[in-house]
Ligand binder design. Sequence first.
Ligand SMILES: C[S@@+](CC[C@H](N)C(=O)[O-])C[C@H]1O[C@@H](n2cnc3c(N)ncnc32)[C@H](O)[C@@H]1O
Length: 269
Amino acid sequence: MREIKPREANEKARKVWNSNATFWNKHMGEGNDFVNHLVWPATERLLDLKANEEILDIACGNGFSSRKLSRIGAKVTAFDFSEVMIEAAMSVKSDENKRIDYRVMDATDPSALLDLGTHRYDAAICCMALFDMADIEPLFRSLLRLLKKDGRFVFSLIHPCFNNDRMVQIAEMEDREGEISTRYGVKVWGYMTPTTSQGVGIPGQPEVQLYFHRPLQLVLQPLFRIGFVLDGFEERAFPPEYDGGTFPLSWSGKYSEIPPVLVARVRPK
Ligand SMILES: C[S@@+](CC[C@H](N)C(=O)[O-])C[C@H]1O[C@@H](n2cnc3c(N)ncnc32)[C@H](O)[C@@H]1O
């Protein structure tokens, strides 16, 4: 993709998310297989929610994660920069959804973020969205102010080492002295350089979306510099028995040794 400035990329990403929001909401519902097998179990463990805690759900999409948290008693503020996503989130008719404070807000806009309050939240989550953001440092800096001193921030990512724009999923078959076997893996030829690329999150979505690949050090070093420490980390792969996926080489249990997702927790130092 041609070089694109963060402001321009952010606006382009917002337009694409608005175009894809209705399709995304229909397919995501209250959580797809990536969420149910990979993202949410680790998020719940690392979040370790206590009764009546106040939680910020960053880039909440159609709000399924906000509803899960609200259902178990959290007081949730949830935001996304796509107004169509927020409309979809708010349209769900349930008691737990009525209790959520949904907002249209941009995670790259620190002044909007800081209007939410100072040292207000027990925890924040950002599920599978940092790689959709053109710039992540304004959010990290704001989080240090938004979270209580003993707060925590749990985020999930498509694993930048194994699941990025410079990899392919492969299957290899070999005949070793009459013994035929098939191996499933990934071939990666790029990781260190941050990139902006286009791709599909859910096959069939109306428009390709932007992905902002960052090697792990470019996610963690800003957090460390700003004043967070990493204190929880899980790499998530499908269990061997899971045979889902739209295409023969879709992520599934065939790749149970390769994690397409990671979930991490950081805390203010
Ligand atoms: C892959 S979806 C994930 C949504 C939801 N967290 C989930 O797990 O289904 C990424 C979301 O990030 C939102 N997003 C991307 N950049 C954003 C930004 N700068 N501010 C707020 N939301 C943003 C998109 O609108 C989209 O809803």
